[in-house]
Write a protein that binds this ligand. Structure first.
Ligand code: ADP
Ligand code: MG
Length: 699
C-alpha cells in the first residue's frame, strides 16, 4: 500500500482499519455517494440549505479565540472571507486553528459545503482547494497544508467515501487515484464478453474507474449496475456450490414413511394442522424421501405453528430409530420447547431430555452420556450443544429454531462432529422473497402463511406520553379479568449493563407507583438460569400479573393467557423486532392489545410505529422494514454468518438477482469445480471474495 502515491505508513494503517490492505482492495472500496461539483455558484446566488461550490478570492483570514466559560475548554474559529465579484461570504472552521496558515489574502480558492445562515450566509468546515496562490502567476497545484488542487475534488463529480478518523476525503481520493493509475490495468474481468453483452454490463475496468471518478451521473449508475451484478453473481455462485455439495451428499439412510406414521405423529397434537401446516408436512416428507439430506428453511409469521412442524420432523427420525435435536436461541426457549414436547409426548416411548445452563454436573453428564449412547431420542438445548462435548449415536434430524440469530452454518459444525443430520431451519421473522433468494438461495423454502383458526388479530395502539395513564388503566382492567401483561424495556445501545438497569428500575417503578395492587415480576438476561426459570414459571402459572423484561421474551415465548404487550420506548426497536415481540400475545382466545409507548419525534421512528398500527401481517412488515432500513440493516449487525457485501443494496434488485442466479447455477451445473479456462477468472474472484469462509473447500 505504501508504494501508492500519497499513502505513507500512517495512512496505510488507517486504511487497514477500514479493511483495505492492498491496492486492489482500494479499487473495490466504493464511494458511499457522489457530489456533483461541476457547477460553480456565484456567491450572490447562494441559497440557504444547498450544497454548493463557490470559487473566489480570499479577502480576509482571521483566527478568533473564545475563552472557555466555566469548565468548558476554550474554542477557536478560523474565519475566511471569500469574495467573487457578486458578493462575499464566510467559511469557518471550529477548533482547527492551524487552518489559518493555509490561506493568504488574495488566494484563488474553491470551496464546497452546505450553505447555512448565521449572521449572513456561511459554510461550516467546507472542503477547500487552493487553485492559485496570491502573488504567484496563477500556477495551480502549488500550496500548503495538503490543500493544493489535483483536479479530483473540484470541477467534476467527486466521490465521497466512508471515512475514519484521521483520513480526509481528499486523502482517499488521492490514494484511489494512484491505485487506479497503477493497478486498474491489471484488474481481471471475471465475466466473459458474452455475458457483458447479454446483460448489458460495463467491462469491470470501466465500472471500477467510473464508480470512483465518473465522467457524468449516468456513468455512476452504469458502474453500480455492473458492480452489483458481480456481488450477486459471486454470492449465488457460493450458494450454487453449497447446493452442489448438498445434492451430491448421500443420506445413506432410507426413511420409512407413509400414512400410518403420519397419522401416529399427528395424533400427538391436540389440534388439526392448518392447510399451511399440511403443505409444510408434505414438503418435509418429500425431503425425507429424497436421497440427499434435508436443508429446508421454514418461514412463517409468528404464531403460525412452526414448533409443531419441528416436532413432526423430529418424530419422523425417532420413529425410524434415529435421534433428533432442537437448537433454541436461548435457555428460556429451550426449556419451553422441552416442556411443550414433553406434554405432546406424554405416554409415548420417546425419550426426551434437555440440556440447560444451570444443570447440576451429574445431571448434565447423564444427559450427555444418554445422547452419545442413543438412549436419548430427542434432545432440546441451546446452540452450546454444537460447541461442547455433546455427541450423538445417530442424529437424524436437527432443527435450528430462530435461525436469524445464527445464520445457516450449522451443517459444518455438525459435520465436524461427524454428523450429517437433516437440517430444518425455522425463521422468526419472515424474509422478503428477493432477500431470501439472495442470501439463502441454497436452501429449500417452505412458507407457512396461515395462522391457526380462532385467533383474533392483535389491536396495536401507539401510546404517546399524554396517554400513558390510560394505557396503564387498560393493563389493570385486563389483570382484573384474569389476564396478564408483558412490559418490554428497550435495548440500550450496546450495553447489557444499562439494559438490565433500565429493566430493574422499570420493575421497581411499576411495582411501587403504577401497579402497587398487582404482582410484578422481572426477567432479564443476566439473571441466573434458576431465577429466570422461576420468573418465567411464575408468569406462566399466572402468579405474576405483569412481567417486566428486557428483550429476552422477544423470541418464541408462549403464554396464551397474556393479553397485553407493552413496549417501552418502542421507537428504539426495529420493525421486525416489534412484530416479533407482538407475536408474544394474541395466542389465546382473548382479545389482545399491543401498546407501543413512545415519544418518537423522528420521521423514521414514527413510520415504524405507524406500520405496526397499520398491519399485523409479518410479510408486509418485513417489506416495510426492508424499505425503511435497507438490506444491510434489515438483519441487523447481530445476524451472524452473513457475508460482508460491498453493495448490500444489490440484494433487493430482483431482476438483476434472477439473472445472476440463473448464470451462477448454470455455471456450476456445467462445470461443477469451475475448472474450465472460461471460468478461471470467476474462480479467482470467488476465492478473493470469500476465501474459505463460505464452505468452498471443494472448489
Ligand atoms: P411459531 O410459529 O411462532 O413458533 P408456535 O409453534 O409457538 O408458533 O405456535 C403458536 C401457538 O399455536 C402454540 O400455542 C401452538 O400450540 C398453537 N398451534 C399451532 N398449530 C396449531 C393448529 N393447527 N391449531 C391450533 N393451534 C395451533
Ligand atoms: Mg416459535
Amino acid at each position: 500500500m505504501q508504494f501508492l502515491r500519497g499513502v505513507g505508513p500512517g495512512r496505510a494503517r488507517l486504511l487497514r482499519g477500514l479493511g483495505v490492505e492492498t491496492p486492489e482492495a482500494l479499487l473495490h472500496y466504493y464511494p458511499r455517494a457522489h457530489e456533483d461539483r461541476r457547477r460553480i455558484t456565484p456567491v450572490g446566488e447562494l441559497a440557504e440549505g444547498e450544497i454548493a461550490v463557490v470559487r473566489g478570492r480570499v479577502a480576509r483570514v482571521l483566527l478568533q479565540r473564545i475563552p472557555g466559560r466555566r469548565s468548558r475548554r476554550p474554542l477557536s474559529v478560523v474565519r475566511v472571507v471569500v469574495a467573487d465579484g457578486t458578493g462575499a461570504f464566510e467559511a469557518e472552521w471550529w477548533n482547527q486553528p492551524y487552518r489559518k496558515d493555509h490561506f493568504r489574502e488574495g488566494d484563488d480558492v474553491v470551496l464546497s459545503g452546505k450553505v447555512v445562515r448565521r449572521r449572513g450566509l456561511r459554510m461550516s468546515s467546507p472542503e477547500v482547494e487552493i487553485l492559485g496562490r496570491a502573488g504567484a502567476s496563477g500556477e495551480p497545484g502549488e500550496g500548503v497544508g495538503g490543500e493544493e488542487g489535483d483536479g479530483d475534488s473540484f470541477g467534476r463529480i467527486v466521490p465521497l467515501y466512508p471515512l475514519t478518523k484521521g483520513l480526509r476525503q481528499r486523502d482517499l481520493r488521492r490514494a484511489v487515484r494512484s491505485a487506479l493509475d497503477s493497478h486498474l490495468a491489471g484488474l481481471e474481468d471475471p465475466l466473459p464478453p458474452r455475458l457483458l453483452a447479454e446483460v448489458d454490463l460495463l467491462p469491470l475496468r470501466d465500472a471500477v474507474s467510473s464508480i470512483h471518478f465518473p465522467p457524468d451521473p449516468e456513468a455512476v449508475e452504469r458502474a453500480k449496475r455492473r458492480l452489483r451484478f458481480d456481488e450477486l453473481l459471486l454470492l449465488q455462485l457460493a450458494l450454487a456450490i453449497r447446493r452442489r455439495d448438498l445434492v451430491r451428499e448421500e443420506r445413506g439412510f432410507a426413511y420409512n414413511l407413509g400414512p400410518e406414521l403420519d397419522r401416529r405423529i399427528r395424533a400427538r397434537f391436540p389440534f388439526t394442522f392448518t392447510g399451511a401446516q399440511d403443505r409444510a408436512v408434505a414438503d418435509l416428507n418429500a425431503d425425507f424421501a429424497a436421497p440427499h439430506p434435508m436443508n429446508r428453511l421454514l418461514q412463517g409469521d409468528v404464531g403460525c405453528g412452526k414448533t409443531a412442524l419441528a416436532l413432526y420432523a423430529m418424530l419422523v427420525a425417532v420413529a425410524n430409530g434415529r435421534q433428533a435435536a432442537l437448537l433454541a436461541p436461548t435457555e428460556i426457549l429451550a426449556e419451553q420447547h422441552h416442556a411443550v414436547f414433553r406434554r405432546a409426548l406424554e405416554g409415548s416411548r420417546v425419550r426426551i431430555a434437555a440440556l440447560a445452563g444451570g444443570m447440576r454436573k451429574a445431571d448434565r453428564a447423564a444427559v450427555v452420556a444418554g445422547a452419545a449412547a442413543g438412549e436419548v431420542d430427542v434432545l432440546v438445548s441451546t446452540h452450546a450443544v454444537l460447541e461442547g462435548d455433546v455427541a450423538f449415536r445417530d442424529l437424524g434430524v436437527a432443527v435450528v429454531d430462530e435461525q436469524h440469530r445464527f445464520g445457516v452454518h450449522q451443517r459444518r459444525a455438525f459435520r465436524d462432529k461427524g454428523l450429517r443430520p437433516d437440517l430444518l431451519y425455522l425463521t422468526a421473522t419472515p424474509i422478503p422473497r428477493t432477500l431470501c433468494l439472495a442470501l439463502f438461495g441454497d436452501l429449500d423454502v417452505t412458507v407457512v402463511d396461515e395462522r391457526p383458526p380462532g385467533r383474533r388479530p392483535v389491536i396495536t395502539i401507539a401510546v404517546p406520553p399524554s396517554r400513558e395513564g390510560e394505557a396503564c388503566e387498560l393493563v389493570r382492567r385486563e389483570a382484573a379479568a384474569g389476564r396478564q401483561a408483558f412490559f418490554v424495556c428497550p435495548l440500550v445501545e450496546e450495553s447489557e449493563e444499562l439494559d438490565l438497569r433500565a429493566a430493574e428500575e422499570e420493575a421497581v417503578r411499576l411495582r411501587t407507583e403504577v401497579f402497587p395492587d398487582l404482582r410484578v415480576g422481572l426477567l432479564h438476561g443476566r439473571m441466573k438460569a434458576a431465577e429466570k426459570r422461576r420468573a418465567m414459571e411464575e408468569f406462566r402459572a399466572g402468579r405474576t400479573h405483569v412481567l417486566v423484561s428486557t428483550v429476552v421474551v422477544e423470541v418464541g415465548v408462549d403464554v396464551p393467557n397474556a393479553s397485553v404487550l407493552a413496549v417501552l420506548h418502542a421507537e428504539r426497536f426495529g420493525l421486525s423486532q416489534l412484530h416479533q415481540l407482538r407475536g408474544r400475545i394474541g395466542r389465546g382466545p382473548h382479545q389482545s392489545r399491543c401498546l407501543l409507548f413512545s415519544d418518537a419525534k423522528g420521521e423514521e421512528a414514527r413510520a415504524r410505529i405507524q406500520a405496526m398500527v397499520d398491519t399485523d401481517d409479518g410479510f408486509r412488515i418485513a417489506e416495510r422494514d426492508l424499505a425503511l432500513r435497507g438490506p444491510g440493516e434489515f438483519f441487523g449487525t447481530r445476524q451472524s454468518g452473513l457475508p460482508d457485501l460491498r453493495m448490500p443494496e444489490a440484494l433487493v434488485e430482483g431482476a438483476l438477482l434472477d439473472r445472476a442466479r440463473r448464470e451462477a447455477f448454470a455455471a456450476i451445473a456445467a462445470d461443477p469445480l469451475l475448472e474450465r479456462e472460461e471460468h478461471r477468472a470467476l474462480r479467482n474472484a470467488l476465492r478473493v471474495r470469500f476465501g474459505d469462509r463460505m464452505d468452498l473447500v471443494r472448489v
